[in-house]
Design a protein around this ligand. Structure first.
Ligand code: KG4
Length: 341
């Protein structure tokens, strides 16, 4: 048997079906099938997501093995996202991983989706710079479902030191975008329109919360009320001010995120700071990280765009670390919809 550790990663927690192969920590393939079926509903429809995963999982895994240039018999283990996520979606990836591993007589490794987002910073690529953070470091995890500041002590020892008490940052982008009549998911559209807007055109409320926790529901309400009041005066208000509204919304979200992160970095004296999750694709958030690096001497880690949204490479790399500790899971392990790190 080969001495190389080859892990197949499977991700199906929400609306992306993904499979990836990692060999000794280096990426061989990362295939993602995104589900466009949800666009017309303005959000992910769980039942449709499960059905699409069921259709996509076999071709996606087949393609990941093909692009990696390996046969299924060379795999050392299969890592799969066990949760958190949509139960029906998770069941597709979990069941597939179990059945495939049984047939190949190899172990399965369960992976926490949030831990995997953080671990995306450890994926190595042939010919790339492959700079990785040292432990401990801080990671701002911002996605459609989470906004957390995580103190990462080791790959398997992460402490959430701050998190949202209501909406996530991505949710704030998506919900405000929906109110403006923008398509789902709104985050990338807001990012694009904000580029030609004035971030100081509108002032939206910011939360006053203790510690490192976040809140975005007040911002959402403040945004909604501004639109409601202005639309009474001018029915074309949104159309005329779309760019400025997006720029002001985006800059408020980023101010809220960075303020707490700055405080956490100061209090913990940790200067290695990473960002992860879907919202880490945001261009202004990336710029804010560069600005803070310059201003406060942070050593920053920003993921490649392909590792920001849900992908199986982050699952496979987490599996690679767990494999070395022989941290396998039982075939009876059920997926879980909700959990923390
Ligand atoms: O991690 P992710 O793919 O999965 C979920 O948590 O569902 O994150 C998706 C979130 C969505 O809310 C989306 O609007 C947001 O990430 N997002 C962005 C950008 N790209 C994706 N938000 C702001 N700016 C972006 N460029």
């Amino acid at each position: 048997m080969s001495q190389h550790i080859k892990i197949l990663g499977i991700e199906s927690s929400c609306d992306d079906t993904s499979a990836s192969v990692i060999c000794d920590g280096f990426l061989l393939s990362n295939v993602v099938a995104s589900q466009s079926v949800h666009e017309s509903y303005g959000g992910v429809v769980p039942e449709l997501a499960s059905r699409a995963h069921q259709q996509n999982i076999i071709p996606v895994v087949h393609e990941a093995l093909k692009r990696a240039g390996i046969s299924k018999d060379e795999l050392s283990a299969i890592a799969f996202t066990r949760g958190p996520g949509l139960m029906g979606s998770l069941m597709v990836g979990t069941s597939f991983a179990k059945g495939f591993a049984q047939a190949l007589r190899i172990p399965i490794i369960d992976v926490n989706h949030l831990q995997a987002h953080v671990m995306a910073h450890f994926i190595k690529e042939e010919g790339a710079e492959n700079r990785q953070p040292d432990f401990p470091f801080l990671c701002l995890l911002v996605s459609g479902g989470n906004s957390q500041i995580i103190k990462v002590n080791a790959y398997n020892d992460m402490t959430v030191i701050g998190q949202t008490i209501d909406d996530a940052a991505g949710e704030a982008f998506d919900k405000c975008a929906k109110v403006m009549g923008l398509p789902y998911p709104g985050g990338p559209v807001v990012d694009r329109l904000a580029k030609s807007g004035n971030p100081k055109a509108f002032a939206f409320s910011k939360p006053h919360i203790e510690g490192y926790d976040y809140s975005f529901s007040g911002l959402k309400t403040s945004f909604l009320y501004t639109l409601r009041d202005e639309l009474k005066k001018d029915p074309d208000f949104v159309e005329k001010n779309k760019e400025d509204l997006c720029a002001s919304l985006q800059s408020t979200v980023i101010d809220i995120l960075m303020e707490k992160l700055k405080r956490a970095a100061k209090d913990t004296s940790i200067k290695q700071v990473a960002v992860a999750g879907g919202v880490s694709a945001n261009s202004a958030l990336r710029q804010a990280f560069h600005d803070y690096a310059e201003k406060y001497g942070w050593d920053i880690f920003i993921p490649k765009f392909s590792y920001t949204t849900d992908n199986a490479a982050m699952v496979a790399i987490t599996g690679y670390f767990k494999f070395q500790d022989k941290d396998f899971c039982e075939l009876s392990a059920p997926p879980f919809a909700r959990t923390n790190l």
